[in-house]
Design a binder for this molecule. Structure first.
Ligand code: PMP
Length: 976
């Protein structure tokens, strides 16, 4: 029996079989009565068979008649083999009594129908975003398929397929004519040729075995978490290069929204962990990805041209082109070096040294290094945002006496960062910049040949080890000429202004020596840096040390020493070492919009705060039993923000402490112990505040471990609680009844405590009149009203400085922290003189650092800045704008159930169904992960973890708010 040879019959129109005919085939040959729907395929005819109730029975596959029976038998055998060997779910033949596994219909061309199991879980088809875990899942599955098939063989696998990458260049050659646009055709042919050239050099070392050869997003099915765990469609099974199994999967990742070459590293790492790649396979991988993409483009165009009705093929064209463009965006060797780094097998080259100094008479001690990294002190106070920042800093160093100022090779420069960007900016320097104080003499570092071509004053010397290029403030000697040979130490010109120096390594034979951009994106930095060497060595300096510890290593170090129960945000948190206003910046220069740091009301890195604190530290820091002005001033300022009779202040260090003290004051005042709190609340971690916290998001056991003195009233949630909308007015009488009931049972409460705006539930306003009624009831029972303003106070709600003002009540005790210190540990309890005095029955109150001079000047400065920068007003205007824009998104994205909140305290509640309000918790978490990739930090909150909490620094600009909305829109539209 002859096996298929693509090059003998390049045209493979899908067998023309209608669903009706398919139903007949299923009935006649397999005895199955089924509802039939056509499934897309490029070369076969596939139909989903369902029973009368819609339950899938299997997939009827009618292979293209060009394939022989033995090839189909090989596919069925491989499928069963993988399932048995790896425990992977695979689509295998359904065994039907009385029917052969492969039927036969003779005619013009013999058809071989089969019925294969239908695997549920859905594929990864389409353009939607693929999160890293799915990408890794695809890679792992390809690895397992490849591993399982190592020992598989069958007479039906030695066929000649266009998908076998061993024939990749031939396939492109035969089918390229179907790309009608000449420009596109040329690009594809050139890329395929370059890739093939590299693969051909490695071919002898690439292991060969049987592979599925189509482990793509279309051919995997997923588990309940959406992670691929099953494999379908063995139609391309063939003996080929083993690494092709991975290349094919990697290429398919590239078509998805937001994907780029670096996205696929997760799949490559996962494959390597299952089925280690050999050195030759690592080198061949990216060229094979490019080749696969080229084959897909040409095959797709051919298929559409011969089978214009094949919607599946036509729709695939854009996808294939996108894949190709992305696969070829980064040069082959750069991506390969990046893959080596990701797999931990990078081979960093030795630094290139000079035979003569590049700059005559400039000694290393004369050179001052300019640190432009995220952690550089020179970057404080947003200085990097000034367009001339680098130049200004360099000139200041020259003014300070340096003969020359030099930047660092390989450094991620904050000065090259971009705020509000969905992509990581190109921050990593592939060369160095040098500013001379006075003209310096440029000399040839080695014997070599000169190149003067390029824009503006530029000069390169190519020697045995590499090519150094100098560009910028350079005056070439009149005698130097293009192509001239020079000896080491020969004078070439003078450096009269800032210059850029880049040192390219020689490329191994056969690799293109393309240019290296001055700055590259961190995701590809290892790859690009593989092409260059540190030019500082040519100036007699030691090469720059390796970049700072990366985020993942830091996290491991943290988990070794820091109790892990103190959790961290994100699966793979970036390493953040700087903040400025509403932006947080990773050490790679990536800037994130911070939508969660409610504590940093003023914004990050506020210079006024830093300066006042530093000044106060230098002058005095002691405790409040001494007599100094700051404690009196802060207490007075706080009391002035509150209505009478709230005129007496305690200063502590945190929200937990302030709530804890409030409880003790209430207990001391009333001589009682019972406390009424609102369900689902969080009030702190101390023994007492933890006792009154019933948020299961913060403590899953919260409801079952309440001590008997804690009583809760239902969370007055007007959106999803027992009483919704206008009915929410019923929460107040219910709470009143509980309080009255406690009093009647001999347990009158010492206090009722609540957030006056329900922050922990996602920033929900309490129902109108709620606190008025409940405060009245608790007071009638002889108890006190405590307002926990730890999160929602201090102007964040925009309309009110204190959130209790929204409810038109005056509490007996107000607790505040967080915003009060802008992140410095600082909290306060403000109450009446009489309640404060009650504490005397407990001894006297002292907190070592509470009310210290440093803490007090922090508190005063925060209040000053809030006033001076009109941050409460900003919270109102930007907050209203943001809310309106998110409500507008809700008209297009049904996942948005509602938007809670006021000012810059908001919660976007996500639901799977607007009628049942089923919480979209997994979605919320996945959305947060993708938002991080797009440069936004936002987190889930609430007991159901389905609310995006939005409580950014109060200096948030309208532009930043708009960026948040644009990214949320993108994520909701393209997947997470
Ligand atoms: N009360 C509320 C409403 C809070 O949100 C928090 C902290 N999330 C606290 C009290 C405890 O504050 P801290 O973490 O400063 O102890």
């Amino acid at each position: 029996m002859t096996l298929f040879d693509f090059f003998e019959s390049v045209e493979l129109p899908v067998p023309a079989i209608t669903p009706m005919q398919a139903a007949d085939i299923a009935a006649q040959h397999f005895g199955i009565q089924a509802h039939v729907t056509a499934l897309g395929s490029q070369q076969d005819a596939n139909f989903l068979l369902r029973d009368l109730t819609g339950v899938p029975l299997g997939v009827l596959k009618i292979a293209n008649p060009v394939f022989s029976r033995i090839e189909l038998e090989a596919q069925d055998a491989a499928s069963a083999f993988i399932a048995a060997g790896e425990g992977i779910r695979t689509a295998t033949n359904i065994e039907l009594a009385g029917s052969p596994p492969i039927a036969q219909i003779d005619g013009d061309k013999t058809l071989f129908p089969r019925i294969i199991t239908y695997l549920d879980g859905g594929t990864l088809s389409g353009d939607a975003y693929l999160r890293p875990a799915k990408v890794a899942g695809l890679g792992a599955l390809a690895g397992r398929s490849c591993r399982a098939l190592t020992n598989f063989d069958h007479p039906g696998v030695d066929r000649v397929m266009q998908w076998d990458l061993r024939h990749g260049i031939r396939t492109v050659g035969v089918l390229a004519e179907h790309i009608t646009d000449a420009g596109q055709r040329q690009v594809v042919e050139a890329a395929a040729a370059r890739a093939w050239q590299r693969v051909a050099q490695l071919a002898d070392d690439l292991p060969i075995q049987v592979i599925h050869s189509d482990v793509t997003c279309d051919n995997v099915v997923c588990d309940a978490d959406g992670i691929p765990d099953g494999l379908i469609d063995f139609g391309d099974l063939v003996r080929s290069w083993a690494v092709g199994e991975l290349a094919v999967g990697v290429a398919s990742v590239l078509s998805h929204d937001g994907a780029e070459s670096a996205t696929t590293l997760a799949a490559i790492e996962a494959f390597h962990a299952v089925r280690p790649l050999s050195p030759a396979e690592i080198e061949a991988l990216w060229p094979l990805v490019v080749l696969r993409a080229a084959v897909l483009v040409v095959s797709g165009r051919q298929q559409s041209s011969i089978d214009a009705d094949n919607a599946y093929a036509v729709a695939g064209q854009n996808q294939e082109w996108r894949m190709f463009e992305r696969a070829t965006q980064i040069p082959l060797d750069v991506m390969t070096a990046q893959i080596r780094t990701a797999l931990g097998v990078a081979r960093p080259g030795e630094p290139i040294t000079a035979d003569a100094a590049l700059i005559a008479g400039l000694d290393p001690p004369d050179i001052v290094l300019l640190d432009l990294s995220v952690e550089s002190d020179a970057m404080d106070a947003g200085s990097w945002l000034e367009p001339d920042c680098e130049d200004r800093l360099a000139r200041a160093a020259l003014a300070g006496g340096a003969r020359a100022v030099l930047t660092e090779f390989g450094q991620a420069r904050l000065t090259r960062s971009a705020r509000l960007s969905e992509f990581s900016p190109a921050t990593v320097a592939t060369g160095v910049q040098l500013w001379p104080a006075t003209p310096l003499t440029l000399t040839a570092p080695w014997t070599g040949v000169l190149d003067l071509s390029g824009d503006g004053p530029v000069l390169s010397v190519t020697g045995a080890a590499g090519t150094v290029t100098i560009r910028g403030g350079l005056r070439r000697d009149a005698a130097v000429a293009q192509g001239q040979s020079v000896t080491a130490g020969a004078a070439l010109g003078s450096i009269e202004g800032p210059i850029w120096i880049q040192l390219l390594r020689h490329r191994p034979a056969g690799l293109p020596g393309d240019e290296v951009p001055d700055f590259v994106r961190p995701e590809y930095a290892a790859g690009w840096l593989d092409r260059v060497s540190d030019p500082a060595v040519l100036l007699g300096l030691a090469p720059t040390a390796q970049p700072a510890e990366d985020a993942a290593t830091l996290r491991q170090r943290r988990s070794r020493a820091f109790a892990e129960v103190q959790e961290h945000y994100y699966d793979h948190p970036p390493r953040i070492e700087r903040g400025w206003r509403e932006h947080l910046i990773g050490t790679d220069g990536r800037s994130y919009l911070d939508m969660v740091n409610n504590v940093a009301v003023l914004g990050h890195g506020h210079p006024d705060l830093a300066d006042t604190v530093a000044r106060q530290w230098r002058r005095l820091n002691t405790n409040s039993r001494f007599n100094y002005a700051a404690v009196a001033e802060l207490s007075q300022r706080l009391a002035d923000t509150l209505p009478d009779p709230l005129d007496t202040v305690f200063l502590v260090n945190s929200g937990s402490e302030s709530d804890d003290l409030a409880l003790r004051l209430a207990m001391a005042t009333t001589g009682r112990q019972d406390i009424v709190a609102v369900a689902e609340a969080y009030h702190g971690w101390t023994y007492a505040t933890d006792a009154i916290s019933t948020s299961i998001a913060d403590n899953p056991n919260a409801l079952s471990t309440r001590p008997p003195w804690v009583h809760t009233v239902p969370s007055p949630n007007a959106f999803r609680g027992e009483h919704r909308g206008a009915d929410a007015s019923r929460y107040a009488p219910e709470a009143v009844a509980i309080i009255e009931g406690l009093a009647a049972q001999g347990h009158p409460p010492a206090a009722f405590i609540a957030e006056p705006f329900y922050g922990n539930a996602g920033g929900m306003a309490l129902p109108d009149g709620y606190l008025r009624a409940v405060y009245a009831a608790v007071r009638a029972a002889g108890g006190l009203a405590i307002a926990d303003e730890v999160q929602v106070g201090y102007g964040r709600t925009g309309r009110w400085f204190w959130a209790f003002q929204q409810q038109d009540v005056i509490p007996d005790i107000v607790c505040v922290a967080k915003a009060m210190g802008n992140g410095q540990p600082l909290g306060a309890v403000i109450t009446t003189r009489e309640i404060a005095e009650s504490f005397r029955t407990q001894g006297y109150f002292f907190s070592s650092a509470g009310g210290s001079p440093v803490s007090c000047v922090v508190g005063l400065t925060v209040l000053d800045v809030i006033e001076r920068e009109r941050l409460q007003e900003n919270a109102l205007t930007v907050g209203d704008h943001l809310k309106a824009r998110i409500l507008d998104l809700a008209t297009r994205h049904p996942l948005i159930g509602t938007v809670h909140g006021s000012g810059l305290y908001m919660g976007v509640e996500l639901v799977r169904d607007r009628t049942t309000l089923e919480p979209a918790a997994e979605e919320t978490s996945a959305i947060c992960e993708r938002m991080l990739q797009l440069g936004v930090i936002v987190q889930p909150t609430g007991d159901r973890q389905n609310v995006l909490k939005m409580k950014p620094p109060m200096c948030l600009t309208r532009e930043s708010a708009d960026f948040f909305v644009a990214m949320l829109d993108r994520v909701l539209g393209t997947g997470f």
